[in-house]
Design a protein around this ligand. Structure first.
Ligand SMILES: Cc1ncc(COP(=O)(O)O)c(C=O)c1O
Length: 390
């Protein structure tokens, strides 16, 4: 997607969907507008018409998200402020000092940092390294789980650094066979892959609303399996239940949704889910077509080393590379300055992943392809990059 030129600068060619998607579908923009103009009441807090209408709209948004993600009872799908919040809730709500947790070696800081803090508090943390393509082998997870009684396996569904898809369904089987639970960071998968959370066997699955899901920023989802006992991270006012009771209500989703909801975010995300239910297949096919073009084009540029899965391997639309002699920051800066290409260099909040890939010192240049990108965007990028590094 290209934005209009301004101040004599080239128009923005947006290739940072892995950070946040842009633009959003018109239906999402309309839903956020509706939330701000029609649904002004506080959901779950009032019996007057506008509050009731807002509660109903929020319920319908949750139902759309649940349908997209294969969740039967939408009460098990919690609105969160972000995937980061969801990861914190599923980790800190479950793991206790003395527990043992086995984590994949590609995790984003949304998982790595809470785990590091829990490790200081007495949780035993075992990190299973990924291979050179960013893939965490389920056999390695199994060996680590079998080495000692384990409370949880934690792994991302897809890498934000190089687009590698992790075998989280197999990991869930291994976890369950060994008395552990499976916690998944789905930030880079939801929307970009067809995700059926219960079919994967995840006990908890955190979703980012603003990336492949195409919703607004400031909203996410956390699926909790019906029998998973998770402590609250935040306590406060809720819709429904009795305000006179000091404890948080037992019922979901209220138990985990203290404070006034982000109604524009949730309704925007609901509209995005409905949009993906209708158009997701088409969008995903186009993303993969562009990623193939991009990957093949990058491979053809001298001294460019593409990270992640080889061509022909199933992946998500994130492609990164390292140049043999030119720093990533310099390349990203020049791509923006000369061609208006928005991409990201550095470590992408994922030092574990770069450590696994051997790029902790260099970092990498990352392109996140997504909704609205075109063949022309990729052609411009490849031509521009060839000039910048030529
Ligand atoms: C793999 C992964 N997990 C978690 C997050 C955090 O997502 P959010 O921005 O919704 O907190 C990101 C964001 O880049 C991510 O890529």
């Amino acid at each position: 997607m290209t934005s209009a030129a301004a101040n004599g600068l080239p128009p923005t060619v947006y290739l940072d969907h892995a950070a946040t998607s842009w633009p959003k579908p018109d239906a999402v923009v309309a839903a956020v507008h509706d939330a701000l103009t029609r649904f002004g009441g506080n959901p779950g807090r009032g019996a007057y018409r506008m509050a009731m209408d807002t509660s109903r709209a929020l319920f319908e948004a949750r139902e759309s998200c649940a349908r997209l993600l294969g969740v039967t009872d939408s009460e098990n799908l919690i609105f969160t402020p972000s995937c980061t919040f969801g990861c914190n809730l599923m980790l800190k709500g479950v793991l206790r000092p003395g527990d043992r947790v086995v984590a994949g070696g590609m995790e984003h800081n949304a998982v790595a940092r809470p785990l590091s803090k829990l490790a200081v508090a007495g949780v035993e943390l075992v990190v299973v390294p990924a291979d050179a393509t960013g893939y965490v082998d389920p056999d390695d997870i199994e060996r680590a789980v079998r080495a000692a009684p384990t409370r949880a396996v934690v792994c991302m569904h897809a890498s934000n650094v190089c687009g590698t898809i992790q075998p989280v369904g197999d990991m869930a089987d291994i976890a369950h066979e060994n008395g552990a639970i499976m916690l998944v960071d789905g930030a880079q998968a939801a929307g970009h892959l067809e995700v059926d959370i219960p079919a994967l066997g995840a006990d908890a699955y955190a979703v980012s609303g603003h990336k492949g899901m195409l919703g607004p920023q400031g909203i996410g989802l956390l699926y909790l399996s019906p029998d998973l006992d998770v402590d609250t991270l935040v306590e406060g006012g809720t819709g429904g239940g009795s305000s006179a009771i000091a404890a948080m209500p037992a019922e979901r989703p209220d138990r985990y949704e203290a404070g006034t909801h982000n109604v524009p975010g949730a309704l925007g995300l609901g509209a995005a889910a409905a949009y993906l239910l209708a158009k997701g297949q088409e969008i995903r096919a186009e993303e993969m077509r562009l990623v193939r073009l991009l990957r093949d084009g990058l491979e053809a540029i001298r001294d460019v080393h593409v990270l992640g899965p080889g061509s022909g391997v199933e992946r998500t639309p994130v492609v990164s590379f390292v140049h043999e002699s030119i720093e990533g920051d310099r390349i990203a800066f020049e791509l923006d300055r000369r061609y208006g290409i928005a991409c990201r260099s550095g470590l992408h909040c994922a030092p574990w992943a770069h450590d696994s890939l051997g790029t902790l010192v260099s970092g990498a240049v990352r392109f996140g392809v997504g909704f609205g990108n075109t063949h022309d965007d990729i052609s411009l990028l490849l031509e521009g990059l060839a000039e910048v590094v030529g």
